[in-house]
Design a protein around this ligand. Structure first.
Ligand SMILES: Nc1ncnc2c1ncn2[C@@H]1O[C@H](COP(=O)(O)OP(=O)(O)OP(=O)(O)O)[C@@H](O)[C@H]1O
Length: 288
């Protein structure tokens, strides 16, 4: 489906496909994808995606299982390249930049990352090792400022009393908060949280939503992209949304127009009743 909003934002983002060295991302864009497709063998994981994330915006990326959300986040996090099209992050075009220079400016929390954390890593080391972009503390020497920042972030994310606990002994909610603290360690300009609410119980989800809403409201916090399957996990104060289905963009733009009953029903191929309360929280039910 194509809403007027989608047409407008995609048109602004679209440029002729050029070599990475020739691509000129929009000034002050944090993410600029133009006509991005990603293929693996015969499968098209993303199909002609054009998207601009501007500084200070807070985006929700939503869609059913297999829609391409994590694939899109891997490009935005400079972890993979488009097969076709141009993608720039923080003004640097993938293919024309050393991604190892770019990655410290991008905070990423994902299930894939969680799987790479050694089970015996303490939560303090989980956070501080982000300064070197590694998981599993070994012999790296950390500056006192790094250690201080890790302590600050552990406190900020309610983990001050867990600093010496091993990652494997933490609850899912504590792990998720630890991964977000780690993603913030390098004081990134872009924060990407891929399904931070997955596997949380009701109290854990509500605590997380409140923390993410507070972070989103902080004008000094980084530009944010949050991937979720559930409208209940959308924190108030998020400003924009993109819905994906089968690698295609269903809608993208300000959350009021991009995340609606119509666009959600389309993305999930299910007629839905969607409402939003005065506090900005969404609920969705299948129409009976
Ligand atoms: N390396 C690969 N080779 C082939 N297909 C792949 C590969 N990686 C992912 N896919 C497929 O691409 C599609 C999109 O995957 P992706 O993980 O981006 O979806 P998603 O929206 O994040 O899904 P979920 O909500 O289940 O996490 C899926 O159908 C997946 O099976």
């Amino acid at each position: 489906m194509s809403s007027p909003d989608l047409t407008q934002s995609a048109t602004i983002a679209q440029r002729p496909i050029v070599s990475p060295h020739e691509f000129e991302p929009m000034e002050d864009s944090v993410v600029h994808m133009s006509r991005v497709s990603l293929r693996r063998g015969p499968n098209t994981l993303l199909n002609d995606v054009s998207w601009i994330v501007e500084e200070g915006q807070r985006w929700i990326v939503m869609g059913p299982n297999g829609a391409g959300k994590s694939t899109l986040m891997n490009i935005a996090a400079a972890r993979s390249h488009p097969t076709v099209g141009n993608a720039a992050v923080l003004g640097e075009t993938l293919g024309a930049v050393d991604v190892f220079d770019l990655r410290p400016s991008i905070g990423l929390s994902s299930t894939l990352l969680a799987e790479q954390v050694p089970g015996n890593e303490t939560i303090r080391n989980l956070v501080v090792t982000a300064a070197y972009g590694v998981t599993g503390r070994w012999r790296e020497a950390y500056e006192p400022e790094d250690l201080q920042r890790a302590e600050f972030l552990l406190k900020r994310w309610g983990l001050a009393n867990y600093a010496e606990r091993r990652f494997r002994t933490l609850s899912e909610g504590e792990r998720k908060r630890g991964l977000i603290a780690r993603a913030m360690m390098t004081d990134p300009e872009l924060l990407i949280l891929d399904e931070p609410g997955a596997g949380l119980d009701l109290a854990g989800r509500e605590t997380l939503v409140r923390s993410l809403s507070q972070l989103a409201a902080d004008p000094f916090s980084p530009t944010q992209i949050l991937v979720t399957h559930h409208v209940e996990e959308v924190p108030p104060n998020f400003t924009h949304a993109m819905l994906l289905r089968d690698g295609d963009v269903v809608s993208a733009g300000p959350i009021e127009t991009a995340l609606t009953e119509e666009t959600l029903s389309d993305a999930f191929r299910l007629p839905l009743n969607v409402s939003r309360n005065a506090e900005g929280r969404f609920t969705a039910f299948a129409r009976t």
